[in-house]
Design a protein. Structure first.
Length: 205
């Protein structure tokens, strides 16, 4: 499964694609999306309380249903403050569900494999037959989990995640640049209403 680094970078990609007006500073939006993109792994804490971090991992928090609930909660929070509900619902829901998508493309080696992506509609576990991200060696106790950060296998997996996201960020930059260039070109070519009416007026006289 991808690490928090991959999930945070995915949150950054979503934040850069968003044009929402809810946060004054771009970094606030980045942190919001990155935090929600990591939120499903909150289920580690349910297990840590019992000395086994993996005990409840990849269950209902890794699902469409959970992402919708988070979207609803965030949408309502902003609605109460006089903002529009739907843009925040989409932003929060997509950020949260991006975690499920990334985990789906992770190489899972512990049963049950994958995530319950479609809960509550289905309790089946789903995992991509062609994983993009390597599995992380974590261990079953909190101490093993902390030690695992420095294992060579995990270091290589993290490096690969950074490579994937550098590519994705480059693609996003290229797309944004092209879209901006296209918009500018269309604006230049389309005659303004005022100009068109003026031209018609000249012809009539
Ligand atoms: Zn996860």
């Amino acid at each position: 499964m991808p690490s928090p680094i991959a999930h945070s970078l995915m949150g950054c990609l979503i934040a850069r694609s968003s044009s929402q007006p809810y946060f004054e500073k771009p970094w606030q939006l980045l942190i919001f999306c990155a935090a929600l993109a990591n939120l499903p792994d909150i289920d580690y804490f349910f297990g840590i309380a019992q000395g086994a971090p993996n005990l409840y991992h990849r269950q209902f928090t890794h699902s469409l249903g959970f992402a919708v609930l988070i979207g609803l909660a965030c949408g309502l929070f902003f609605k109460i403050r006089g903002r529009r509900f739907w843009p925040m619902f989409y932003l929060a829901g997509v950020s949260c569900f991006s975690h499920v998508v990334l985990d789906f493309f992770g190489n899972d080696t512990s049963h049950p494999l994958g995530v319950v992506a479609l809960w509550p509609f289905s309790s089946a576990y789903f995992m991509s037959p062609v994983p993009i991200f390597s599995n992380l060696l974590k261990g079953d106790t909190l101490v093993e989990l902390l030690k695992a950060v420095f294992r060579m296998h995990n270091m290589a997996a993290l490096l690969w995640e950074v490579v994937v996201f550098v590519l994705l960020l480059s693609l996003q930059n290229w797309h944004m640049k092209n879209r901006f260039a296209l918009t500018t070109m269309v604006k230049r070519r389309a005659p303004s209403r005022e100009h068109t009416e003026g031209a018609q007026g000249v012809r009539e006289f």
